[in-house]
Design a protein around this ligand. Structure first.
Ligand code: NAD
Ligand code: LMR
Length: 341
């Protein structure tokens, strides 16, 4: 287990548990929705990350129990679980807040079908964050990410700091490495695919033309098309296999812990940490897209630099063209929800 956790930080010095531990800075991380399918394994992985010194677990159900359980693990961080009426206590002093609170899909649903339930959950949680820990870095997992991230930004209003709000799209990157590796026979941990756009269906755009291991694929051919489709709709595979019991939880916990470790290393001053994330972005602003996922260079203040998408194959340009109108719709829906509530 620990050898695979070492993938979280392939080039950095490692702590005892395989995570990078480049400095002794203290980081309090809060998980909102810690009692759920993602929240529990994510909290476990965060307990194994030496960069997390304090772990605050909140849920409307079950967080004190999860906290007590995880607190017995023999790593240095302190853990506490908080019940439904102690959200503000849980958030006090948090530097990073990770939100996987909300309902998951069942077969036949789109992520947008979750909007009616999850929009208000994310709005209310982010309202509390804006009040108690307005400078915290916010990592949003709750779906539909393309709408929940704009909901957080709009809820923050004048307090919104675009360098500190991230939609977690890491699972798309993780899947891309894994699925491409299955085709080429190369190790997934050596494969890095930049995934741009958003986090649902056609808004997920993997840039395989920029991935050395994908050059054997014929762009526009069946193998390329099937791979792109699998990356875009990988979440459906899990929803279908779980047959009504939810969506990806374990792979998502891994992806969430991986991204939070990348951010914590950057907050500690480690340079050169680049990961895709759905952020307030100028890249397609002229086309009306306010939030977009692309490679982000992380730094001590969060988003340090938003990388250009780079050269696209014509087939990838078509994917971007399909992504843009859907993203605009999803983002607007989130913004209008906050404006009208
Ligand atoms: P789950 O139902 O197992 O857990 C959700 C948890 O949220 C529950 O414990 C619930 O009590 C809690 N919760 C609900 N309202 C809350 C509130 N107001 N405050 C605090 N906690 C609250 O669901 P899950 O499988 O963990 O999925 C959670 C969300 O993550 C879903 O929206 C799902 O679609 C999304 N997700 C996103 C990605 C991604 O790549 N970004 C991947 C997988 C799942
Ligand atoms: C995923 O990509 O697995 C998540 O967004 C959950 C889902 O609904 O597919």
């Amino acid at each position: 287990m620990f050898s695979s956790l070492s993938r979280f930080a392939p080039v950095a010095a490692r702590g005892a548990r395989g995570f990078a531990s480049s400095s002794a800075r203290h980081h309090k991380v809060a998980v909102l929705g810690a009692g759920g399918g993602i929240g529990q394994p994510l909290s476990l992985l965060l307990k194994l990350d030496p960069l997390v010194t304090q772990l605050s677990l909140y849920d409307i159900r079950g967080a004190p129990g999860v906290g007590a359980d995880i607190s017995h693990i023999d790593t240095a961080s302190n853990v506490k679980g908080y019940p439904a009426d102690q959200l503000e206590v849980a958030l006090d002093g948090a530097e990073v807040v990770i939100i996987p609170a909300g309902v998951p899909r069942k077969p036949g649903m789109t992520r947008d079908d979750l909007f009616n339930t999850n929009a208000s959950i994310v709005r209310d949680l982010s309202k509390a964050c804006a009040k108690v820990c307005p400078d915290a870095h916010m990592l949003i997992i709750s779906n539909p990410v393309n709408s929940t991230v704009p909901i957080v930004a709009s809820t923050y209003g004048s307090k919104f700091n675009p360098n500190r709000l991230f939609g977690v799209t890491t699972l798309d990157v993780v899947r891309s490495s894994r699925f491409l590796g299955e085709i080429t026979g190369e190790k997934p941990e050596d494969i890095r695919v930049t995934v741009i756009g958003g986090h649902s269906g056609v808004t997920i755009v993997p840039l395989l033309s920029q991935t050395p291991q994908a050059q054997k694929l014929q762009f526009g051919g069946a193998e390329w098309s099937n791979l792109v489709h699998r990356i875009q709709f990988g979440g459906d595979e899990v929803v279908k296999a779980k047959d009504g019991a939810g969506s990806a939880t374990l792979s998502m916990a891994y992806a969430g812990a991986k991204f939070s470790n990348q951010l914590l290393r950057a907050l500690n001053g480690e340079k050169g940490i680049i990961a895709p994330s759905f952020v307030r972005s100028p890249l397609f602003e002229s086309e009306g897209v306010e939030f977009f996922s692309s490679n982000i260079e992380l730094g001590t203040g969060g988003v340090e630099k938003i990388h250009q998408v780079g050269a696209l194959a014509p087939e990838e340009q078509k994917l971007v063209d399909a992504c843009i109108p859907e993203l605009i719709k999803n983002i607007k829906k989130g913004q209008e929800f906050v404006a009208s509530s």
